[in-house]
Ligand binder design. Structure first.
Ligand SMILES: Nc1ncnc2c1ncn2[C@@H]1O[C@H](COP(=O)(O)OP(=O)(O)O)[C@@H](O)[C@H]1O
Ligand SMILES: [Mg+2]
Length: 385
């Protein structure tokens, strides 16, 4: 079976979003949605979806046709589908002239909408986004989230077929540049603004690359610059990155911000990093609940216990408290970790044969286990914004 159709939905309220999702089921993969059509249209160039659904009220017919024209221009390969609650002859006529794939009235033409998507699913879409997005979040601060995210990125980059992007979403406390001891003149803030210009060459030229091979987007240095990044832009930037990278690793930190939630919301998998201490285990339960609400299901959540020692709480006990299975553990190795920080190196460079390096490198197997592949098709983007 072909992959679900990468879809952008613009102008839909929560209720209509629910109605369309119910009709389309597994056939659509909503990579981005925005109630504000204008804001959302600005993201079409980087996203290059296979389908654009534009919701309109027949009273705004002029405006919607203007939007539709813009959508055709910015995402020429996308199937444009206009969705309304009432029939409008004028809209239908104009939409056909514009090259729209369909004009549907919700509740009346649901079958047509579905069959259009079933058809789209059989068609080949050149710009299909294939990258996997994995977010790492700490049950609390200091769990080792950044250390693990960075070392996972370098483990992935070891395979030259992979193109890996690490995004630092631990807003205001992002330390990725410090841990890597590298200059990161080009930041997440600029990336979010430049997203319409992405090409492979452009990425090679601008985005700083760690010597182990992964690309790095760190925090902007200025607080007001961070504040200027809107959650919907983050969602679009992550979704657009899937076209250019095989893996996008987000260090979402431990704090909950609109931006980190936006990133997590777009992820194929959310990995919670915790330790064996009781407060951490209890917070893990809360994070599991939060991610379950965001994703709509628990199957894309993984719990990893860091600094695992045999004398601490057992896996079974952690699972009981956290209310979720533990997928993997990473051993405690203070000596290697502190030498990494002191020398600005990663584990694969400094201690390639250490147990901790193997433990962290093995985490990449979590990304392609079967449950993920299976649930990926059920993915829905929930209306946070
Ligand atoms: N498996 C481990 N064994 C020993 N120390 C670790 C381990 N993982 C992380 N650390 C140390 O814990 C501290 C916090 O790590 P960090 O990655 O900054 O956490 P976070 O991003 O969750 O705040 C650092 O000093 C790091 O070296
Ligand atoms: Mg951190």
């Amino acid at each position: 079976m072909n992959q679900p159709v990468p879809t952008v939905m613009l102008g839909f309220g929560a209720e209509q979003l629910g109605a369309v999702n119910a009709v389309l089921g597994d056939n659509a993969n909503v990579i981005y949605q925005n109630r504000e059509v204008r804001e959302g249209l600005a993201q079409l160039v980087p996203l290059q979806p296979q389908a654009v659904l534009l919701f309109f009220s027949p009273d705004d017919i002029r405006l919607v046709l203007q939007f539709a024209r813009r959508a055709r221009h910015d995402a020429p390969n996308a199937a444009l589908i206009l969705v309304s609650t009432h029939e409008s002859l004028e809209a239908t006529r104009e939409a056909v002239r514009l090259g729209a794939r369909a004009v549907v009235v919700l509740g009346m033409d649901d079958r047509d909408l579905l069959s259009t998507f079933e058809q789209l699913r059989r068609e080949v879409h050149e710009t299909v986004a294939t990258g996997t997005v994995v977010s790492f979040m700490g049950a609390k601060g200091g769990m080792g989230t950044t250390s693990i995210a960075l070392n996972v990125a370098s483990a992935l980059a070891k395979d030259s077929r992979n193109r890996v992007l690490l995004m630092d979403f631990a807003l205001f406390i992002g330390e990725v540049g410090v841990y890597l001891d590298m200059a990161t003149p080009y930041t997440l803030g600029e990336y979010v603004r430049d997203i319409g210009r992405l090409t492979d060459d452009w990425i090679d030229e601008r985005i700083p690359r760690h010597r182990t091979g992964f690309f790095v987007l760190s925090q902007p240095p200025e607080v007001n610059e961070i504040a200027a990044i809107e959650a919907h832009q983050i969602v679009a930037a992550v979704a657009a990155s899937k076209r250019f990278f095989t893996h996008i690793i987000l260090d979402a930190g431990a704090g909950i911000s609109e931006a980190s939630l936006g990133g997590i919301n777009t992820s194929d998998m959310g990995i919670i990093i915790t330790t064996q201490e009781l407060p951490a285990i209890v917070s893990t339960g809360r994070r599991v609940n939060l991610l379950t609400q965001l994703h709509g299901d628990r199957t894309r959540i993984r719990v990893v216990v860091n600094r695992f020692q045999s004398k601490g709480a057992t896996k079974a006990r952690i699972e009981q408290y956290a209310g979720h299975g533990v997928s993997a553990t990473v051993c405690n190795d203070y000596a290697s970790m502190s030498r990494c920080i002191e020398t600005g190196q990663l584990l694969l460079e400094l201690a390639p044969d250490a147990e901790i390096t193997t433990d962290i490198s093995k985490l990449i197997r979590l990304f392609d286990d079967e449950t993920t592949v299976e649930t990926k098709t059920r993915k829905k983007l929930f209306g946070l914004f």
